[in-house]
Design a binder for this molecule. Structure first.
Ligand SMILES: O=C(O)CCC(=O)C(=O)O
Length: 297
């Protein structure tokens, strides 16, 4: 099978039902980092790239156990295609799902997201005792679904701004299955920082949060529903890769990101959460009590 770099250019990547520009200036592969680098180096990489991508970071058994609990529950609900093994997560044609709050239905997902390796990484990276926001986001992307470009800070900015997202693929997530993508250098984009990143997606209860951007009206915290126009407007490349089980992405809550369309017949599973210094204020919307239901992020 051709490698990731070649497939990025040749398989016709799509996001939000739009074909991404396959040219070298518009799309590329994420660079992986070594988590045993010095803190200074890791901080510099984050400041430069807006993300850190660690391969084989997480214990595969723990990821696999989290994946299994979700797939078993989907199987019990009768949404999986019974002609394929449950572990493949092939869904029935008419099944659609997207974004789910993790309300502790899956303790193994919490165990994974708040696990020792990740906490120790953040203690080191943030140079102090770290904590995660209590809320965990579980994504079950059925075929056809994608996440529209956004920065997390607009949903989570009522505490410290020194806040990082972790994204964990719960299984292998190759390009065809709609992996995460981040826009290179977008965490330094003045266009985003000076206006969009200052917004609060829940202000005015969302009622007044209508935007017109890149040819469409929409509501809430998304930057746009058009990743092609966003790349042209802001510059940089959409960066993604063939994620495998055990990988960990860490990115700035100011980095514009979304996902490719899931063009497989399998459900794409991932979990994401936010880490910060325990001594800094935490956004009250995402600690302890169950947050109100919100739209896709
Ligand atoms: O998994 C996805 O599709 C999007 C993830 C995301 O938006 C996030 O981690 O903040």
């Amino acid at each position: 099978m051709p490698g990731t770099v070649e497939r990025l250019k040749t398989i016709g990547l799509r996001s939000c039902e739009r074909s991404l520009d396959p040219s070298d200036s518009a799309i590329g592969q994420l660079s992986s980092s070594d988590c045993s680098e010095t803190v200074e180096n890791l901080q510099q990489l984050m400041a430069r790239d807006g993300y850190l991508y660690f391969q084989n970071f997480l214990d595969i058994e723990t990821v696999s156990a989290a994946r299994a609990t979700i797939l078993n529950s989907l199987s019990e609900k009768g949404v999986l295609d019974v002609s394929a093994p449950v572990t493949d997560g092939v869904v029935k044609d008419d099944y659609t799902s997207d974004f789910q709050s993790e309300d502790d239905r899956f303790p193994k997902v919490r165990e994974l997201v708040q696990g020792r390796e990740t906490k120790e990484f953040f203690d080191r990276f943030l140079e102090g005792e770290s904590r995660s926001l209590d809320h965990i986001w579980l994504r079950m992307k059925s075929p056809g679904r994608a996440t529209a470009p956004h920065c997390d800070i607009v949903y989570m900015g009522r505490g410290t701004q020194h806040l990082y997202t972790i994204w964990i693929p719960l299984g292998d997530v190759p390009l065809e299955m709609g992996p995460l993508m981040v826009l290179e250098g977008s965490h330094r984009s003045k266009t985003l920082l000076e206006k969009y990143c200052k917004m609060d997606a829940d202000e005015g209860n969302g009622v007044f949060n209508w935007h017109y951007r890149h040819g469409g009206f929409f509501r809430g915290g998304q930057y746009t529903k058009n990743p092609v126009a966003a790349q042209r407007e802001l510059g940089g490349r959409w960066l993604t890769t063939d994620f495998v089980m055990g990988d960990l992405m860490v990115f700035s809550t100011f980095t514009l990101h979304g996902s490719l369309d899931n063009r497989s017949n399998q459900i794409r599973l991932s979990a994401d959460a936010r880490y910060q210094l325990a001594s800094e204020p935490a956004d009250p919307r995402w600690v302890k009590s169950s947050p109100p239901n919100r739209g896709a992020q």
